[in-house]
Structures are given as structure tokens and as C-alpha cells.
Design a protein around this ligand. Structure first.
Ligand code: SAM
Length: 340
């Protein structure tokens, strides 16, 4: 309830970060996975040429021919533009289809969905396994582009309830060292036929405003700050004995994080009767993916440093670690943070 109220008061909004962007070809090598009846692949090569474009589906060639009426037409159209079509490619086991060392500049999956009924847990697992696998086949500064139904990715969540109901795409990516850099409007949705619904040749709902999440390897990332709506954050409290001021903790906290992480420190309250100052520390991933694990290590380091500098920590509140990663904009709204 409190969370919700804080959000309503906030001026932080997600929508302005969303811009229309067609994915046009900028670099050499492109892999499209899970491409339904191959309709997007056809559209893509007709727009951009098929040189070094591989369009793939999970089904075997025989199964695909049996299920999709446009099998022949789309396959031939892709081939005629110089594109390659591959069948039986499992996006969660790319090593079964490609030699080690093979890399792509872009790996694209539009509207991933496990083959069964809607099931958040299964779809999160599918995304996680895809990220885990595709990471090895991504060029150093390559990008993974995932189109999602509006709200599915979770970064625009305005409440914990929405966030928990989403696929938390950025979290699963971050656990595989992939940084969400942008969320764009998926403007090509109307340029091809969505056709694969639970393994049959049928359309599916993509909502009014489908989105494309763009990820890139976090380690070695040399770009600028990622879009604010694309950042993750994690937070924790620090309970110090005595009446302490913001600057003391700010200095300590800023020193424990790597480049690319913004730290926000605030005083939550002074518990006069037990003489404790309660701080909240928020770690915001501006150029680095944030996970609970990283947050735990930063909070541990912060506590160690505080003790080294002679601060007394409230024993029962020590070593509690950080929150799970959440969208930074949601966190900023909840805690009334001003954003950069
Ligand atoms: C909702 S459909 C989207 C199809 C197509 N990308 C589009 O935009 O129309 C989900 C697709 O994911 C595919 N899929 C599910 N699990 C997969 C996996 N492990 N590897 C590759 N594709 C998979 C399904 O075969 C299906 O074609």
C-alpha cells in the first residue's frame, strides 16, 4: 500500500523512454531464433538483404512443413535473398546447432514463449536459458534483441504486483552478465504475420504497444549510461549506532561499487530511544547490470568498511544483504529519489 502511494506521488515515469525504432541492419551477422512460420525472417531479409542472416525455428523441417501453410513460400523467399533457414534450432541449446567460436552481432527472438499454456515460471526459465546460451554466441559488443508483449518484460512496472507478474527479463539477463541498454517500441510488429501460437499456425495477442528489449554484454561494456527505464537497482538498510550524518555513509558507500553504478544514500530515521541512525542505500546500475548477488557483496563491503572506520553497527541488523533487483524507476518512485 505504502509502495503504491509513493508511486502515485512520484514524477518518475517510464513511458518517455520508449521510442520507435525499427531494427535496421548495421552489421554483419544476424541470427533470428524461434521464428514461428518464418514470416519475420522473410520480412527482415526483404528489407535488409539476406547476406549472413540465419533465420531459425525449433521445429524440424518436416514438422514445420506440416504445421505452417507458409513454410515453403517463406523458406524460398529467405533463400532467394541469400538468407539461410535452419530447422531444429533450440534457442536454449545453440551449441547443438553452431560450432564453438561462431558469433553473431545480433541474436533476435520475437515473442519468445515456451510451447505450452501461459506460465510465467516456464517463460522466465526459457528466457534465462536463452540468455545463458546465446551469450556464448554473441560478438563482444553484440546485441540480443527480444520483442515482448507490453508489460511482459517488467521494466515499466509501477507496483511490486506488476513486477512480480512480469517475466523480469532484465533480471534473467543480468544473471547472465547481459545489460539491458534500451527498451524500444517494437515497430515491426505490423510488418509481418505473428503466426505461432502454442505450436499451431495461429496468431497471438501482442497488445497495443509491444516492446523490444535490447541487451549487450555487461563485462567490457564501453557505451554511455543506459536508458533510465532500462536500469535495475537493489537496496539495503544500514543501522549505525549514534546519530550519524549522510555524508559519512555516502563517502563509504560510493567507494564500494564499481564504475557504472550510482549510489543513493538516504536517512530513513533516527531511532532516538535506542540511539540508532537507519540509512537506506540504493545501488543503481547505470552502465552495469545489477543483481542481488552483486548487491549483497556491496553491502557486505560497506559494512566491513564502516567497521574499519570505527562505526558501530547494530548487531541484529548486520549481514542482511540486499533486496532482489527491481526496476530503478520503480525504486526511485518508492523512495522519492531524483534521477539523473
Ligand atoms: C509466440 S511464438 C513467436 C513466433 C515468432 N517469433 C513471431 O514473432 O511470430 C513463440 C515461438 O517460440 C518458439 N520456441 C519455443 N521454445 C523454443 C526454443 N527452446 N527454441 C527455439 N524456439 C522456441 C516456438 O516454436 C514459437 O515459434
Amino acid at each position: 500500500m505504502l509502495w503504491r502511494r509513493a508511486l502515485l506521488l512520484s514524477s518518475v515515469r517510464y513511458a518517455p523512454f520508449l521510442h520507435r525504432a525499427a531494427f535496421t541492419r548495421r552489421s554483419a551477422s544476424i541470427l533470428i531464433v524461434g521464428d514461428g512460420d518464418l514470416s519475420y525472417g522473410r520480412y527482415f531479409v526483404e528489407e535488409n538483404g539476406g547476406d549472413d542472416v540465419t533465420v531459425s525455428v525449433l521445429e524440424t523441417r518436416e514438422k514445420h512443413r506440416e504445421v505452417y501453410q507458409m513454410h515453403e513460400g517463406h523458406t524460398n523467399a529467405i533463400n532467394s535473398k541469400g538468407g539461410k533457414v535452419m530447422f531444429g534450432v533450440d534457442a536454449t541449446a545453440l551449441k547443438d546447432s553452431f560450432h564453438p567460436g561462431k558469433t553473431f552481432n545480433h541474436i533476435v527472438w520475437n515473442f519468445p514463449h515456451w510451447p505450452g499454456k501461459t506460465n510465467i515460471k516456464r517463460n522466465r526459465e526459457l528466457l534465462g536459458a536463452f540468455f545463458n546460451n546465446s551469450r556464448d554466441f554473441l560478438a563482444e559488443d553484440g546485441e540480443i534483441k527480444v520483442a515482448l508483449v507490453e508489460g511482459q518484460g517488467g521494466m515499466g512496472s509501477e507496483s511490486m504486483r506488476d513486477w512480480k507478474a512480469s517475466w523480469k527479463a532484465a533480471v534473467y539477463a543480468a544473471e547472465n552478465d547481459l545489460l539491458l541498454t534500451e527498451i524500444e517500441e517494437f515497430s515491426e510488429a505490423s510488418s509481418y504475420e505473428q503466426s505461432s501460437h502454442r505450436g499451431v499456425d495461429r496468431g497471438f495477442h501482442i497488445g497495443k504497444r509491444p516492446e523490444r528489449y535490447v541487451f549487450t554484454p555487461s563485462t567490457g561494456y564501453r557505451g554511455g549510461d543506459v536508458a533510465e527505464g532500462a536500469r535495475l537497482a537493489t537496496f539495503h538498510e544500514l543501522h549505525l549506532v549514534g546519530r550519524r550524518c549522510l555524508d559519512e555513509v555516502d563517502e563509504l558507500a560510493s567507494a564500494v561499487v564499481e564504475d557504472g553504478v550510482n549510489v543513493h544514500v538516504m536517512i530513513v530515521e533516527w531511532l532516538e530511544e535506542i540511539d540508532i541512525t537507519v540509512f537506506r542505500i540504493v545501488y543503481e546500475g547505470a552502465k552495469m547490470c545489477v543483481t542481488k548477488e552483486k548487491g549483497d557483496s556491496w553491502s557486505e563491503k560497506l559494512e566491513e568498511r564502516a567497521e574499519e572506520k570505527g562505526f558501530d553497527l547494530r548487531p541484529e541488523k548486520k549481514g542482511r544483504g540486499c533486496s532482489h533487483a527491481v526496476p530503478y524507476t520503480m525504486c526511485a518512485a518508492r523512495f522519492g529519489l531524483t534521477t539523473t
